[in-house]
Write a protein that binds this ligand. Structure first.
Ligand SMILES: [Zn+2]
Length: 212
């Protein structure tokens, strides 16, 4: 009888362990799937130019219930987006290579924009990170900093919709001139993706990345 009870005990223990590991496996798998969806946006964001990033943020914040407007390219007084939900918010967008940290001046500029647009909040949003000084100043003047991790949180809050890819492929980056011959650069499609090439090709062979 004792043997029988022990066997039942072992059996139950086995079932519990089996079920437990199955649940653990499933939750890890779900997490990985979510991360994969999220990661689908980040590589495209990292490849964007500043203008494409602004458009991306406009769409992201619209999904989050704000009504963002992209400010005019020239004379934006330090704000790339102006939006309102409960309060008026000015946003400066910084698309950087994520080894380059966003410095103090972004915080200063958006703080100025907050006054200019009579906004209640000022944010700096980046796909990168902030310098220590930028964080100190932001804390002192109440500027909200949204770094790469926070940005991923925001993207996770909506269902990832792969809009980063759409924007990267369809929104024309800001116009640039060729540093070698001063002609216009044009977006070209290469084997390894989109890039800026000189409009006077083949007489000028200059090329550069979209996210220069
Ligand atoms: Zn050129």
């Amino acid at each position: 009888m004792d043997n029988f009870i022990t066997s039942i005990g072992y059996f139950l223990l086995f079932v519990i362990l089996f079920k437990g590991s199955l649940m653990l496996y499933q939750s890890i798998r779900m997490r990985k799937q979510q991360q994969a969806l999220l990661k689908a946006d980040m590589p495209y964001i990292d490849k964007m130019d500043g203008r494409q990033f602004e458009i991306y943020l406009q769409i992201l914040f619209r999904h989050l219930g704000y009504n963002p407007e992209v400010t005019k390219q020239s004379g934006d007084f330090g704000a790339d987006l102006v939006m309102e939900r409960d309060e008026k918010i000015v946003v400066q967008a910084k698309r950087y290579g994520y080894k380059n940290r966003v410095s103090l001046s972004a915080v200063q500029e958006v703080y100025g924009a907050k006054a200019y647009y009579r906004a209640n909040q000022a944010w700096v949003v980046t796909n990168s990170y902030f310098t220590k000084q930028a964080k100190e100043l932001a804390a002192a003047c109440g500027v909200k900093l949204v770094d790469r991790e926070d940005l991923q949180e925001l993207i996770r809050a909506i269902n990832p919709t792969f809009e980063a890819k759409e924007i990267y492929e369809n929104v024309t980056p800001e116009a640039r001139k060729c540093p070698k011959c001063s002609n216009h650069l044009v977006v070209r499609q290469g084997k390894r993706g989109r890039f800026f090439g000189c409009s006077s090709f083949p007489s000028c062979h200059h090329t550069e990345k979209i996210n220069k």
